[in-house]
Design a protein around this ligand. Structure first.
Ligand code: NAD
Length: 448
């Protein structure tokens, strides 16, 4: 099988191509990475941190070109592509200093001697990644995996092959040969990576995530999966409506809604429902659609024709089921109200610039409706009274809750992950990332 990635904006532009890695290729790459991993551990934490810092410097030098490649390969609007590069550099620099963090604890011991713990690398981290953050997601897995002493097998999305190839080239330039392996391919290669790894980190859809979780658990290796969301934002009656509408419009339409953290549902206290719908409608109508290389563009074409067709079909189905299309605009941007519970749009994540808005009559109803989904990635609350916002926030069943801030985006040094079907296993990012990539060993030291 040949993997190809195509420019979503210029359909005749083939961006990258490579043969898919077979099961044997994955086995060979894993053997080489195991040998390199022993060397990587032997050089010590200071040298590992220095290598990571040099990777950050290389990313900085090539940031413009890599942002341009993201624009071309996954149609990421240029401002967001530059933002992703800044984040990628931040991720690597953060990981570079983590190599010197304490990696164990001491415990009181009733007998003479000591009780110690020590974190050790798992060995090989198998990383399976989506296309929508083609540099940052592979890196926010690879950087902590490397910082804690592991080798890496990366199976990127076929749609982001070019970005992954460039990223692995930059990593490889500063790391022992074979420590990071690029394994292009689809489901079969992904499944081979799960079979070869000592820890698995997956980001993508819920359906694929569940397959990966079962396969890893079946082998008895730890697994983390970050999946979809049906992220709600609640607008309380005292909120600054214009401010909230500006945030919401961006969280709905930014990168065409192709973010796991995009706002999918807005729940308004009835007193402000009409004002929120009007303000949001106006903002959505201002979201520029088109060429991702144009700095004004917010809504680029979706990743491929199938995604575009699904987005259109799901909105049509909701309207046929009785929803009101308050706004449908360029690039598939849509605002719907009265979406019936039986509509696909009410239940399933739609990876596009589409939002549904509903009124609620109490805070209890707002919380119950927000939580009435199998997902729980992010959730937002808008309001001026901070105590009311906090009371709502602490009842929302989402991994990441934002008060007066868009559901999208979270600091690279904070734990990242969701509740319910959105996530599985330990959190990514920050200090918690090492919970997947290391194992704790307890050592009892008696008197000789
Ligand atoms: P996807 O699930 O189709 O693919 C993800 C990865 O899994 C790709 O590399 C794919 O080739 C691979 N894969 C497919 N079948 C496999 C199998 N059987 N075994 C192993 N690997 C397999 O997702 P996508 O379309 O690339 O990305 C969009 C999805 O990702 C959305 O649902 C979005 O919400 C989610 N996402 C979640 C987060 C998060 O952090 N929660 C972040 C970004 C994207």
């Amino acid at each position: 099988m040949i993997v190809e990635s195509w420019n979503p904006y210029r359909s005749d532009d083939l961006v990258a191509t490579a043969p898919a890695a077979s099961r044997d290729d994955v086995t060979r790459a894993a053997q080489a990475a195991r040998t390199a991993q022993a060397e990587w551990m032997s050089i010590g934490p200071t040298a590992r941190g220095a290598a990571l810092r040099r990777i950050g410097d290389r990313l900085e030098q090539e940031a413009g070109a890599l942002a341009g490649l993201m624009v071309r390969e996954v149609a990421k609007p240029v401002a967001e592509a530059k933002g992703e590069m800044a984040r990628a550099i931040g991720i690597v620099h953060y990981a570079a200093q983590q190599v010197l963090d304490p990696y164990g604890e001491t415990y009181p011991n009733d007998a003479e001697g000591y009780l110690l713990t020590q974190r050790r690398p798992r060995g090989l981290a198998g990383l399976i990644t989506p296309w929508n953050f083609p540099i940052a997601i592979p890196l926010w897995k690879a950087a902590p995996a490397l910082a804690t002493g592991n080798g890496v097998l990366l199976k990127p999305s076929p749609e982001a092959l070019g970005c992954a190839t460039e990223l692995v080239r930059i990593l490889a330039a500063e790391l022992p040969e074979g420590l990071v392996a690029l394994l292009p391919g689809g489901a079969e290669t992904g499944s081979a990576v799960v079979s070869a790894a000592d820890a698995v980190s997956f980001t993508g859809s819920c359906a694929v995530g569940r397959t990966v979780i079962s396969a890893a658990a079946g082998r008895g290796v730890p697994v983390q999966a970050e999946m979809g969301g049906m992220n709600p934002a609640i607008v309380l009656a005292d909120a600054d409506i214009e401010r909230a509408a500006a945030d919401l419009a961006y969280a709905v339409t930014g990168y065409g809604g192709q973010k796991c953290t995009a706002t999918r549902r807005v729940l308004c206290e009835r007193a402000v429902y009409d004002d929120v719908v009007a303000a949001l409608r106006e903002r959505l109508a201002g979201a520029v659609a088109g060429d991702p290389a144009d700095p004004a563009t917010v809504v680029p074409p979706l990743i491929n024709a199938a995604a575009t067709e699904r987005a259109r079909a799901v909105v049509d189905e909701a309207v046929a089921a009785g929803a009101t299309p308050v706004y449908r605009g360029e690039g598939g941007v849509a605002l719907l109200t009265g979406v019936p519970a039986r509509a696909v749009l009410a239940r399933e994540e739609l990876f596009g610039p589409v939002v549904q808005v509903a009124a609620v009559d109490s805070l209890d109803e707002a919380v119950a409706t927000a939580n009435d989904t199998e997902y729980g990635l992010t959730a937002g609350v808008y309001g001026r009274a901070v105590d009311a916002c906090l009371r709502v926030a602490e009842r929302l069943d989402a991994g990441m809750i934002k008060i007066n801030a868009p559901t999208t985006g979270v600091g690279l040094h904070t734990p990242f992950g969701g509740s319910k079907a959105s996530s599985y296993g330990p959190r990514e990012q920050g200090k918690t990332a090492r919970d997947l990539y290391t194992q704790i060993h307890t050592i009892t030291l008696g008197t000789p």
